[in-house]
Design a protein around this ligand. Sequence first.
Ligand SMILES: Nc1ncnc2c1ncn2[C@@H]1O[C@H](COP(=O)(O)OP(=O)(O)O)[C@@H](O)[C@H]1O
Ligand SMILES: [Mg+2]
Length: 184
Amino acid sequence: MQSSQKSLNTARKSIIITLKKVSISKHTNQKTSLNEIIYVACNIFHWKLVKNIKINIEAPEKYPLHCDQNLLIQCFSNLILNVLSYAFLGRDEERNIDILLSKTIKNEEAFYQVVFKDNSIGISKDNIDKIFDPFHTSNRQIGAGLGLSIVYNAMKFSLHGDISVQSQLGEGTRFTLDIPIKGR
Ligand SMILES: Nc1ncnc2c1ncn2[C@@H]1O[C@H](COP(=O)(O)OP(=O)(O)O)[C@@H](O)[C@H]1O
Ligand SMILES: [Mg+2]
């Protein structure tokens, strides 16, 4: 293997280890609410909404939470940024992001569930298996492929929740995030 390729691989490995350490390191927990976190994340990109994307938030009640709010804001802003960057390339029809908040129980533990979906071009079967991998990107000019791997590590190892994705080419993409109600 060429020495430049070797050092690139070493650098990649060390970035992955650092990402994992960052996501499991101690974060400061604050009293907040899921509603507030979603609201802040959506408004970071207010100026980009001239792209004619409508964000609909369905939150039937207030969902109080004790967690690292910056980490969660970062997770949702990554999802929104991806929609702005990739989802509607070359599409003229109505562009929507729907964010639905609810509660759910899994294995006797209570979670807030956020369904985050767009009605976009969707993600191919080949791509979908890799989207949480570090450095996986469909456009090196836009991104480094780290956004969703950061979200995945934060959700799994820092917030002790879960994230999954489903997509249908030409129809859209849906991320489901489960956040433990009882912070840890
Ligand atoms: N909502 C979406 N619609 C279509 N493709 C998406 C969406 N979200 C993520 N992707 C795909 O997943 C890849 C990985 O995303 P990410 O980890 O954030 O890296 P980056 O944004 O740097 O490309 C993107 O390059 C894109 O191909
Ligand atoms: Mg991204």
